[in-house]
Design a protein around this ligand. Sequence first.
Ligand code: GCW
Length: 712
Amino acid sequence: MKKASIFIALLFYVCSVHAEDGYDLWLRYKPVTNQPLRASYKQQVQSISFRGNSAMIDAAKRELQNGLNGLLDKKISFTNTITSNTILVGTTTSLAAIGFTDNRLQQSGDEGFLIRQATIAGKKLIVITANTDRGILYGVFHFLRLIQTGQQLTALNIESSPRIARRILNHWDNLDRHVERGYAGISLWNWHTLPGYIDQRYIDYARACASIGINGTVLTNVNANALVLTAAYLEKVKALADIFRPYGIRVYLTARFSAPVEIGKLRTADPLNDTVRRWWTEKVNEIYKFIPDFGGFLVKANSEGQPGPQSYGRNHADGANMMADALSPHGGIVMWRAFVYNPESNDRFKQAYEEFKPLDGKFRSNVMVQVKNGPIDFQPREPFSPLFGAMPQTPLAMEFQLTQEYLGQGTNLVYQAPLYKEVLDADTYATGKGTTVAKVVDGTVYRHALNAIAGVANTGNERNWTGHLFGQANWYAFGRLAWDHTLSSELIAREWIQQTFTTNNVFITAVSKMMLQSHETLVNYMTPLGLHHIMGNGHHYGPAPWSDNLPRPDWNPVYYHKADGSGIGFDRTTTGTNALQQYNPEVQKQFDPLSSCDEKYLLWFHHVSWGHKMKSGKSLWEELCNHYQAGVDSVRLMQRQWDKLFGYIDEERFRHVKMLLAVQESEAVWWRDACLLYFQSFSKMPLPAGVEKPAYTLDYYKQLKFPYAPGN
Ligand code: GCW
């Protein structure tokens, strides 16, 4: 090629990879770049035909038309007649009227859908059908996903329905728009300008959620403000609920237990007091006047200073049941959180179980207990919470944290699907082998019709929604796994990459590899071998394993690692707090004795001597050092992998990720050096060969302060 033509080709290429700011998430609907494929799509999708009429059908219509117009780079029109190469969309009933039936729809429930090739009135076409409009909406989004991910439309035959009924985001958003543990700006909800001003963001949020099957949103922080239950705010909540409804999303609120006192002017919030009970009944009736399909309450009570029934000598069931009774006539539910701990117990690990296990069977049928994935608090790696194997009579909702409070916050690339899967696939052995956490949560083990999964949202008003562009992948993965927890982390990563960036295979392969390694990488440079909760106090930013000055012992990192001259780790066996006994015997065997403990969880359960011989033959100290170094090395590898991808995507997003990877590298180095210097003061052993020397002294790391770290 001549120089000039190379230049023109290059210019054309650069211009065709337009700058993008991430706002469009995985719903970009850019023209399919593979020309033969686009041509075949165009051939098969010549028009759209919708049966039915509702706000939800309208939303599906708009999405399908916009999506196809973009993807096929052609205006697709609607038709009312049955012609070949049409996408025919309608519910079971409306399509039965024109002679289309499929028995599989009997199993699809009220959210599932069917996408398949069909011949109707002699015409070959593609049908998207479901029992309900909601199923249609999900089917439409799935159909668009097929095109976005470059799948063939010939011989389509897909039946899909969600395994978990309630798939909910939990926003820890305050009424002043501060987001607790938020790293992506301020809250999406502009309470001040609602209900009059409807931000396009609200609609795009709903579209994004619906596209991955999320069907509920808790708008407010679990550290709740009772004001949201007053009429002035309920009007604003109603405005959001009205926007979300056509996208199949129900609104829930957090209920502050002391609301009857704070906004109701009562003298008590005692759940057994008749006046208090009447107050909640009336409050709930009022809410349903604003929002007829209101989902219910999420409640954090008697935890970290939040008010609750125990302040009145009552228990969690008394509190939850009171609210449940008020909600039940309207079909509302209570999600009562099990995240409790008080300084009296000898091990924070054990407390949720100690408080909730005795209450199994004491809750109303519209109460769920919402349990964090692990026993402590969203650590980079936790064993599953023992409650999942211990509450047969109570529907348990899973709570994951998408926002990266303990996973590098806004600057680290960490794809969390492997973390979610590790927990969901863990076996509780509650009813014998194969009683996985996922099967407890989705209701199959104990046949709970009420079942739910929640993710603490990572969204904010930053242009790209999640601060770090790759945070979007966690939102996406949460929704996809909530729909079907058997999907693999890799498949979800690939789907996300294809829709978010490009369908180029070199790019997809390289980036999915980065993503799949990223969680283990973070565990290595932060909390390897079962270390946990050694982050900075309060803001939880950066390492502070030395920290020991908070008023409660169980808020201090030293409580969790217990490093001393003899070794490191928390003894939760019979010689220690015996927290292990909360698991079924088969699970206990995976962690105890020390010699057979899965080393990923070692320091969660054992206090181990520095010289202890690990499975590799190396000492614990050496192994610990190597893990920290490996974490840093893997971040550097991610940087090199990313650098090679220059030119595959727009420069704006490329540079965004590149810069953040550099920040991540420096934070990984910081974690390694601060932790190793500190632990070395106990082990008194040298850094093994291959582990880089820290650039500063331990005192330097100890004096670092971050008064304005976000999210606190
Ligand atoms: O992880 C901890 C957080 C708190 C949070 C709490 C909870 C909303 O540090 O910010 O409060 O958990 O889950 O209730």
